[in-house]
Design a protein around this ligand. Structure first.
Ligand code: ADP
Length: 239
């Protein structure tokens, strides 16, 4: 299968150039990482616990800063980004966290709406957009349910709806199968693929070798802070 990547300089969404991250105390989490993720790609970032996956994610979100090297996201050099611009960076990155991070006292609608309210989007637009994204993830009938009235898979879909609310060019799913039943993992992967098919760059961070290998997609493998493989998986299922 031909690589469907378009990696020209203008279409690079995430770029790491010789990135090193050393935490205070001397823990080396990433060392000399070079990679490019192009617009519209679907990429797995695979690695064991402690490999450096969360650090990779935190550098993209600018929750951490590289010790050396360059991280560029959506054309912005994150070592030069101003503090006041960080929320704008994050708005362009839809992240589905492993623990979903839903607000327990808010129903599905409110959890998604909240992500829009904090950015001062008019109420009229919220009332249109939230049902649209809930429908997109198959949760139209659960808008009024609280997180603890939803299954793990449904909670994850609320988190995905919230990540999609600003139509971000990049969606990052952190261990998407970590907290849901195995049979639901295919469902969430199919949703991510559908989102990818309409042009969104999707990055799935996982320690699950089998998940990454099941699909014919690009797999970037990190081990001990190094990219040790970056291949198109051949022989997996085409989505
Ligand atoms: P993964 O997400 O793949 O499990 P991490 O990026 O969390 O990997 O961790 C990579 C390495 O960095 C590990 O050795 C870990 O102990 C270390 N590390 C991660 N976060 C911190 C931190 N805040 N302070 C010190 N060391 C850290």
């Amino acid at each position: 299968m031909a690589r469907k990547t378009i990696v020209s300089s203008s279409s690079v969404m995430i770029q790491f150039s010789n990135v090193k991250k050393v935490y205070p105390g001397g823990n080396v989490a990433l060392q000399g990482v070079n990679l490019e993720i192009g617009r519209g790609e679907f990429v797995f970032v695979l690695g064991h616990s402690g490999a450096g996956k969360s650090t990779f994610l935190k550098l993209i979100l600018r929750e951490e800063v590289a010790t050396s090297g360059k991280v560029v996201v959506g054309g912005r050099d994150l070592s030069k980004i101003r503090r006041k611009d960080i929320p704008y960076l994050r708005r362009g990155l839809g992240v589905v966290f492993q623990d979903f991070r839903l607000i327990p006292s808010m129903n599905a609608f409110e959890n998604v709406a909240f992500a829009m309210r904090v950015t001062n989007i008019p109420e009229k637009e919220i009332k249109k957009r939230v049902p649209y994204v809930l429908n997109l993830v198959g949760l139209a009938g659960k808008a009024r349910s609280l997180p603890d009235e939803l299954s793990g898979g449904e909670q994850q879909r609320v988190a995905l709806a919230r990540a999609l609310v600003h139509s971000p060019p990049i969606i990052i799913a952190d261990e998407p199968t970590g907290n849901i039943d195995p049979e639901l993992s295919v469902e969430i992967m199919e949703l991510l693929k559908a989102i990818n098919m309409v042009g969104t760059t999707v990055v799935v961070v996982t320690h699950e070798h089998e998940l990454a290998q099941r699909f014919s997609e690009r797999i970037i493998t990190i081990d001990h802070g190094n990219v040790v493989a970056d291949d198109m998986q051949i022989g997996g299922e085409a989505f």
